[in-house]
Design a protein around this ligand. Sequence first.
Ligand SMILES: CCCCCCC/C=C/C(=O)SCCNC(=O)CCNC(=O)[C@H](O)C(C)(C)COP(=O)(O)OP(=O)(O)OC[C@H]1O[C@@H](n2cnc3c(N)ncnc32)[C@H](O)[C@@H]1OP(=O)(O)O
Ligand SMILES: NC(=O)C1=CN([C@@H]2O[C@H](COP(=O)(O)OP(=O)(O)OC[C@H]3O[C@@H](n4cnc5c(N)ncnc54)[C@H](OP(=O)(O)O)[C@@H]3O)[C@@H](O)[C@H]2O)C=CC1
Length: 294
Amino acid sequence: MSYRSAFRADLFAGQTHLVTGGGSGIGRCCAHELAALGANVVLIGRNVERLEATQAEIIEDGGKASFYSVDIRQEADVRETVAKIVAEHGRIHGLVNNAGGQFPAPLMRISKNGWDAVVNSNLTGGFLMAREVLNQSMHEHGGSIVNIIADMWRGMPGMGHSGAARAGMLSFTETAAVEWASFGVRVNAVAPGFIASSGMDRYDPSFAEFVVPQMRGTIPSSRMGDEDEVSSAITFFLSPAASYTTGACLCVDGGSSLNTKLFPLSDHARMPEQKAFHRAVKPQAVLRTLKKDA
Ligand SMILES: CCCCCCC/C=C/C(=O)SCCNC(=O)CCNC(=O)[C@H](O)C(C)(C)COP(=O)(O)OP(=O)(O)OC[C@H]1O[C@@H](n2cnc3c(N)ncnc32)[C@H](O)[C@@H]1OP(=O)(O)O
Ligand SMILES: NC(=O)C1=CN([C@@H]2O[C@H](COP(=O)(O)OP(=O)(O)OC[C@H]3O[C@@H](n4cnc5c(N)ncnc54)[C@H](OP(=O)(O)O)[C@@H]3O)[C@@H](O)[C@H]2O)C=CC1
């Protein structure tokens, strides 16, 4: 097996894990990792060539994989696909709700269809997958669901449709964690920051030219993340190492969601010394301002 996971090699032996968007990028990487850990991996996506290619890579590596070409926004197709998987594998242990995407656009230029396409991909599709997996398998045996969201904290300017959908997915994660805990089902989320995945190739090159220089000054780790750094967070949530963790969200973002706009990273070297700052703002003056505001 060529994928070198940080986890134990037989962690998921005999288990069945579904990865939506498993034909490319983060989903493909995760499918490789789960297969390397012994899982039967079921890939879900729309593009058959990509799914076939990932399946072939996994099998060549000695792993087990199958695929279904499905649009996760189509309720009847999702229901039917999950039924086929349960019929073939008997039980679903894990679901990675990773399929999704968006197009960069300011809110004022997003059409109703554009909004719906993105919200249905990143919120409704994930809900449909999770509900069917729960109703058709996990409610009987338990399991683990991991929803991939995004760095949408305090809004997602330039991708507002996706931000709204991902924030919804986080709320869905928390509700499902509570409602499904009694079935032995854990539901968690992973929020990637700026990841150098093959998915980035799907944007016009002008997007990278515009965004990458701006990103540099906002990621404390000073680099983009890699697909395997997201995959290992997903694997953690699927594994027994997270057996008492549900409704949680793990940010895999090099600290970008913590970055404060008050002191942008590039300005740290030029920050005024603390002493000078205190001299400039007298405590009495601060108190007066606070009282006035109250
Ligand atoms: C702001 C900086 C943040 C940086 C952090 C980066 C965070 C995220 C990174 C990633 O997610 S990486 C890559 C993930 N993969 C993708 O994003 C896939 C690329 N996108 C798509 O495949 C599609 O856009 C979609 C979102 C899946 C929609 O595809 P679908 O086939 O359902 O839609 P269409 O039928 O083509 O169109 C429906 C509707 O949407 C409008 N639309 C589609 N693309 C664009 C566009 N580029 N610009 C404007 N509008 C678009 C399309 O015109 C249709 O609307 P109407 O014309 O009918 O009104
Ligand atoms: N890379 C990054 O920086 C970040 C990525 N993310 C999110 O992580 C996830 C993986 O992204 P990444 O690997 O980078 O990008 P990719 O574009 O490579 O992955 C998205 C996958 O989702 C599948 N997909 C999209 N829509 C549907 C649908 N309606 N039904 C079924 N499958 C669908 C695509 O397959 P197909 O086209 O064949 O259907 C594709 O395999 C996405 O949700 C992405 O938005 C979040 C934050 C940052």
